[in-house]
Design a protein around this ligand. Structure first.
Ligand SMILES: [Zn+2]
Length: 116
């Protein structure tokens, strides 16, 4: 499951690189219920704007991952999902914390699935 999530994120990032953002429809924060934070409560860093790949459908995350999101990197926002009302969009504009993204990367690296 962890590996699958990484693959999905990597594939989405590649698609973003190939598609070019100019001709893709971008979901804006006013189109969804975007959080209104301007500063990351964990890292006390100002949030920055980014455009990230948007994924559809039900995504089930492990409880440990969701706990880490909540307590370690709430504003990594390197992907966007759960967008049931946004079928025409390929990307979403989000606010993210650079420290959260670094924390998420580190957390994922430390959780690499051991070889079977
Ligand atoms: Zn942060």
């Amino acid at each position: 499951m962890k590996v699958l999530i990484l693959i999905v994120i990597a594939a989405a990032a590649m698609m973003q690189a190939c598609a070019g953002e100019s001709d893709a429809k971008i979901l804006k924060p006013e189109d969804y219920d975007a959080p209104k934070n301007e500063v990351c409560p964990i890292h006390d860093a100002k949030l920055q704007k980014d455009v990230v790949p948007l994924a559809y459908g039900d995504v089930r995350f492990e409880p440990e991952y969701l706990e880490a999101v909540r307590t370690r990197f709430p504003h990594a926002n390197d992907g966007f999902h759960n967008a049931h009302n946004a079928k025409n969009f390929k990307f979403a504009e989000v606010l993210f914390c650079a420290e959260c993204r670094r924390a998420k990367e580190k957390w994922l690296q430390n959780r690499k699935t051991p070889a079977p």
